[in-house]
Design a protein. Structure first.
Length: 328
């Protein structure tokens, strides 16, 4: 809300009114604007309204003056606002209260009243499967600062107990070199390097508490073998679709042609079809070995791992173990 009764603020008040009460399909007359200005404690005449709208147009605002006044374009259109709201709504990394506050800010600062009327139901957020960690947003903010400043971080890493509360995996904090924050399956993850080792590690940010930025500079990314040439994020995410840490290997899979949609959903275009025959296909993809183990079990009836042999043997053991559980 701008200062009321100040004539110097008239153009900003008119802009706020056009922002809230107009769009491509809804216009305001000069008389409508004069009535709404009274809510701000502002009195003026029709000529002042027209002159200030013309001034706003000169400043670059896309305002139509035909058949009433309307603001035609905004920083975000309705479909883009819906994407932003849905991203917050279905994020598992923030609490319901934080999600509600963020959505209200988006609606208040970026949307017209007509858009808000269409999404009024969003305010009644369901208790989705959200994080129980109230420090998650603070942790995210602190990690962003640490990455920008190239500083190491320490934090307590937690598991969830049968009491549905966070419990430290150990008393000693983890010391980590933070390199990148990514979102995957509705969760935020830190891609970094556990200071004691030379491999890439992933940490769920909603499992972190007591995040602290240390004075010590991070280990250069080039000193981590998997990132010696830098972090190729699209490639990294395609190979670590479950965000497991560990080596990536070349995997050969036999499946059917109608599984192509699923393969693209999980691997993008980062795989090759090396054989097609009688409706079956053989594909080759490079990915995290542990992630592929669980993916193959998830799609067990539809895929067969051909190589590497060690992964194929591991899945055989998993299947036998599962069979014993269900056969007894």
């Amino acid at each position: 809300m701008y200062a009321t009764g100040n004539k110097k603020m008239l153009n900003m008040l008119i802009l706020e009114i056009l922002w809230k009460y107009t769009d491509e399909e809804h216009a305001l007359t000069q008389q409508d604007i004069l009535k709404l200005l009274k809510n701000y404690g502002m009195e003026c005449d029709r000529r002042s309204v027209k002159n200030n709208v013309l001034y706003l147009k000169e400043l670059g605002y896309d305002i139509s003056m035909e058949k009433g006044y309307r603001l035609l374009s905004r920083d975000f259109d309705d479909s883009e606002l819906r994407i932003l709201i849905d991203s917050v709504l279905f994020s598992k990394s923030i609490s319901t209260k934080q999600a509600r506050d963020l959505i209200n800010k988006i609606r208040e600062k970026l949307a017209s009243n007509y858009f808000n009327a269409k999404v009024s139901h969003v305010s009644n957020l369901p208790e989705l499967n959200r994080t129980i960690n109230k420090q998650a947003m603070y942790s995210l903010d602190a990690l962003n600062d640490a990455i920008a400043d190239k500083k190491k971080v320490s934090f307590i890493y937690n598991n969830i107990g049968t009491d549905f509360k966070l419990h430290p995996r150990r008393e000693e904090p983890y010391i980590v070199n933070p390199y990148q924050i990514v979102a995957n399956n509705g969760r935020f993850y830190l891609i970094g390097n556990y200071d004691k080792y030379d491999n890439v590690a992933h940490f769920r940010i909603d499992r972190m508490t007591d995040v602290r930025i240390l004075d010590e500079k991070i280990k250069p990314m080039s000193m981590v073998p998997e990132m010696k040439n830098g972090l190729n994020l699209p490639k990294h995410m395609a190979e670590h679709f479950y965000m497991f840490s560990g080596e990536s290997v070349a995997v050969t899979i036999r499946t059917t042609e109608d599984m192509m949609s699923e393969l693209v959903d999980w691997f993008g275009k980062n795989f090759s079809v090396i054989e097609k025959k009688d409706g079956n296909i053989t594909v080759r993809v490079t990915c995290n070995k542990k992630a592929m183990r669980f993916w193959a079990l998830q799609y067990g009836p539809y895929v067969e791992i051909l190589k590497p042999e060690s992964l194929r043997d591991q899945i055989k053991e998993d299947i036998n173990s599962m069979s014993e559980k269900y056969m007894n």
